[in-house]
Design a protein around this ligand. Sequence first.
Ligand code: PEP
Ligand code: MN
Length: 343
Amino acid sequence: MERQALDSRTLLNTKDFVPESFSGPIWIAGPCSAESEDQITTLGNALRGAGISYFRCGVWKPRTRPNSFEGLGEKALPWLQTLQKDAGLKVIVEVANARHVEAILNAELSAVWIGARTTVNPFAVQEIADALRGTNIPVLVKNPINPDINLWIGALERLYQVGLTRLSACHRGFSTYVQARFRNLPYWEIPLELKRLNPQLPVITDVSHITGDASLIPPIAQKALDIGFDGLMVEVHPDPKNALSDAQQQLTPAEFLELMFNLRISRKDIPDSALQATLHLLREEIDLADRQLIEILQYRLSIASKIGQLKQQSGITFFQQDRYGEVLDKTSQYARLLKLNHQ
Ligand code: PEP
Ligand code: MN
């Protein structure tokens, strides 16, 4: 499949999403939604000192169906202000329109994020960008719910064009109609492409909304760090079972601290020259194998085109169900024999 040509007019020169200099991953943790002052204080006490960069908290919740808990709105903002003052945590909240932005700026919270359902809408993103103009507050942009990298880039560009440079992106997976293991399919190649186009842009993985299931979080968090993403967003709740939104995917503070402690953090640079030389040789082998694969594909195409011509001359349909089934069976059998996994 040919990749859609990307409009990379703006190479985002982002900086300082995380204010203090840091060497490890960026951690963003907190509840799906603010539910009570007690919940926020308890969680703040559990997470202070853990070394997270931001305490996340939903205040206005974009729910798929009406008549479910839609967040407490502005009522929750004083609790978050207190958290910033007393627990020394920086708070990041989701905004979806100019009214939300105004409330967050008045409350002097530290940062905002744009949710997946908002990133899909250029009008809403532009409204938020205009409301943020002149502030340079850190903004985290989640991917749109559909796998469209240009919408994601477009949202970042709209913010960048009003002078916001403290930008980062958050990969939270993509909606799917089919029942799958994950709530949102990761399509890792999309955030990787975003990173390739904008190497400066921190890309954080929201493991809670990708998995939709607390028990699946640790391996996905490890995978995100192993791939080289810059940090993790994790939903944490003092009592996940009784959470008013996203109850299945939130970790307890103890589970979150255990996750932080157990993750293996690989370094991005290649430290010693012997390792560098070995990697170089292996990469040359990979490059050669890739060229051979392309040559083999070209050879296969030339045979297929001869078959096509023959069928056309003889008035036979191009597609023959039996032969198609036979090719699929034979190739997958052989792949299994060579232990090539389905995933
Ligand atoms: C959230 O982070 O609570 C949220 C609503 O996320 P998303 O926009 O990724 O669905
Ligand atoms: Mn949530």
